[in-house]
Design a protein around this ligand. Structure first.
Ligand SMILES: NC(=O)c1ccc[n+]([C@@H]2O[C@H](COP(=O)([O-])OP(=O)(O)OC[C@H]3O[C@@H](n4cnc5c(N)ncnc54)[C@H](OP(=O)(O)O)[C@@H]3O)[C@@H](O)[C@H]2O)c1
Length: 270
């Protein structure tokens, strides 16, 4: 799968940020994309942008916390594309706050989207991916290696999808389906403007300094390349690679660094 032309691609969370940039990049390379998210308006805006550049894109409204909604969205994508070669389970958001301040519902809400939403997407899309011997990309995070104070719920969700990706890899190998785990650091998107209930607050400032944030289009280019090469894993951004390297090879140093960092009320989600 070195060439994206003609590929049939389904992306959850395609209305914004990384998912929208992935859709634009795949479409630029002449793939056909179906994007799914809750906001029809934002989905349509992304599709119109792609079509204006001569690309092929369709939108389907879908809430990944609802199994039936995910099954319908996958069925729509499969039907309109005639099959699925690439599925990107990308929809997600970040719950922030210290454990003692968060409620059990906060953790449950985080897992409903970031973990069970990914599982719903995987289960609905697997038959089509087995048919095409395609690629399943799962959006993890550097937080899946490097949890920080004030981001327990989000980091737990990303540890969980990393485990899911690693388990699935062996399960799907006999069917010719590849699993690509993508672990970004800070990438330009709305994630840091979405509150703990999953609602976009466009007026909220991004707490991460701009020099630390990778443009979404640049991140999407690297991600699409990794998907086409069926790379088992991609860590995006320089600081992200450093964090993952430290967590993997210097766990004691990482623990010392993390435990000394201050738990802020609004830590950056990555
Ligand atoms: N940007 C970063 O720095 C960064 C770093 C590491 C990992 N990530 C991961 O990248 C993925 C994409 O996030 P992003 O940064 O691009 O943030 P974003 O700009 O806020 O985009 C999130 C996308 O997910 C969709 N979404 C959220 N809840 C959903 C639900 N219940 N059902 C369906 N769609 C839903 C949103 O659309 P609607 O609101 O319309 O539903 C939107 O399209 C997430 O998994 C995130 O954890 C991001």
């Amino acid at each position: 799968m070195r060439n994206a032309a003609g590929l049939r691609v389904f992306i959850t969370g395609g209305s914004s940020g990384i998912g929208a940039a992935l859709a634009r990049r795949f479409a630029q390379l002449k793939a056909k994309v179906v994007i799914a998210a809750r906001s029809q308006e934002r989905l349509e805006a992304v599709c119109q942008g792609i079509r204006a550049q001569g690309g092929w894109a369709q939108a389907v409204v879908c809430d990944v916390t609802d199994s039936l909604s995910v099954e319908k969205a996958v069925a729509f994508a499969r039907e309109s594309l005639g099959g699925l070669d690439v599925v990107v389970a990308n929809a997600g958001f970040g719950v922030v706050g210290r454990v003692e301040e968060l409620t059990l519902e906060d953790f449950e809400r985080q897992f409903e989207t970031n973990v069970y939403g990914v599982i719903r997407t995987v289960k609905a899309a697997l038959p089509a991916l087995k048919e095409s011997r395609g690629v399943l990309a799962i959006m993890g995070s550097v937080s899946g290696y490097f949890p920080t104070p004030g981001a327990s719920a989000y980091a737990m969700s990303k540890f969980a999808v990393r485990a899911l990706a690693e388990s699935l890899r062996g399960e799907l190998r006999p069917y010719g389906v590849s699993v690509v785990l993508i672990s970004p650091g800070f990438v330009e998107s709305n994630i840091r403007r979405v509150d703990n209930r999953g609602i976009l607050r466009p007026e909220a400032p991004d707490p991460v300094p701009p020099w630390l944030i990778m443009p979404a289009e640049k991140a999407a280019k690297l991600m699409v390349r990794a998907i086409l090469k069926r790379k088992p894993e991609l860590v995006v951004t320089g600081h992200g690679k450093l964090a993952v390297f430290l967590a993997r090879h210097f766990p004691r140093l990482t623990r010392a660094l993390v435990s000394r960092s201050q738990a802020r009320r609004q830590p950056g989600r990555n």
